[in-house]
Design a binder for this molecule. Sequence first.
Ligand SMILES: Cc1cc2nc3c(=O)[nH]c(=O)nc-3n(C[C@H](O)[C@H](O)[C@H](O)COP(=O)(O)OP(=O)(O)OC[C@H]3O[C@@H](n4cnc5c(N)ncnc54)[C@H](O)[C@@H]3O)c2cc1C
Length: 424
Amino acid sequence: MSKASHNLPLHTPGSNAKIRTVDVVVIGGGIAGKACALGLAQLGLQTLEIAPDLGNLVPAPTGPQWGQRIYAFSPSTQKLLAHLQIWDALDHSRLQAVRDMRIFGDRGEQADQLHLSAFEAGTPQLAWIGESNLIEHTLDQAARFQNKLEQIADTVEKIETDADGVTLQLKNHSSIKALLVVAADGANSPTRASIGITASEESYSQSAVVANWNCTKAHLETAYQWFLPGGDIVAMLPLPNKQVSMVWSTCPENASDLLGLTQADWDKKLGLIADGAVTKQLGTLTLNSTPAAFPLRKIRAARFIGPEHNPKIALIGDAAHVMHPLAGQGLNLGLRDVSTLLNILSKRESFRSPNDLVLLRRYERQRQGDTSALLWVTDRLKKLFSDSSNTERHLRNFGLGFVNRSHFIKRRLIERALGDIDFE
Ligand SMILES: Cc1cc2nc3c(=O)[nH]c(=O)nc-3n(C[C@H](O)[C@H](O)[C@H](O)COP(=O)(O)OP(=O)(O)OC[C@H]3O[C@@H](n4cnc5c(N)ncnc54)[C@H](O)[C@@H]3O)c2cc1C
């Protein structure tokens, strides 16, 4: 039987090392990895999750200061979390439903705006906003009570595939054999690289500065986004208790300047955005977190399963795709990978092993359309609003107003943002 070795370089364990056998290994301890590991264990598969940052329970967020990582969760994410018995266990006082989204063009004209409304879409809400550690904490708690799931704080150093499955060597010298490996090890996925899956990568030459604010005016359960001349994008996402979470995408130099601002500097800065539109909408904003910046890029793995000659590994989450946060969809897309994989494995024919090529190909096929469409739309929007030519400027602002007047296009946009996932 031929063996292919995929070096995540370094160490080779002693030849007498004992090999443990499980059904699935999930590599990665972010939300995608944790949700996937829990779901696989709930299917009855003996699952091992491995990541250096596992081991300690992520503390539940508490108190008036909110976490740095705030996400918009789409209804497809809500469905997955409900399916995993996580949604009802969340502290809902730390989740804000979004009923409206208002997106403004960069000419400052009243007509250049797009308004998406839950009422118009016939849905109770368009999304929820909440902290990353709220979800992670609850996933960790559920993992502790799931006897088919074990989490190990370690790093995978070597991966070998053969006809039966995958052998992993860990930094702690132990070896594990699994039928299937799920790589959820993030944008720089060492697993992706080690099994020879190439990825197209493009920097947006922008960083996202994130910060939370108390505001004096009600946010009206509305997520606001302003495209600014020059290519900056400022989003203000509603949080409970008259707070908002800002995501300001800007050039790296401006991002590092923003990180050093005092409250008085911010007062001036915020007052100038879109001719004062932010403060007009939300009132006076008082900083309620330590701002942080994240570099922005687009990544798409050439394949979502590998290695090519003998696929036994599936990529999910940022290991498969990374996008600009302007649509707030990166994690939601990654969790739709999880939902799809769980659906395929739960409905598999009784004669198929979890690493059956037909199942893996099904997974890859089903994830390609959603991924390509979202990556394309966010990328086009980002580039359309960065272009400084008058024609493009006219086109994009006219486009916003045009979409706003078309109920059909709006419904399709909302359907895409809600995501379409069902469990049986
Ligand atoms: C500013 C900003 C705002 C965003 N807002 C939103 C939003 O509103 N909504 C949304 O849906 N998405 C949003 N995103 C995208 C979202 O942050 C990511 O898509 C999501 O965090 C990816 O999760 P993940 O679990 O795939 O990867 P990660 O969270 O990156 O987790 C990767 C895991 O792999 C582990 N790992 C790495 N190397 C190894 C190794 N060798 N062995 C084992 N483990 C390893 C890491 O320790 C980590 O646990 C935003 C992104 C940015 C930058």
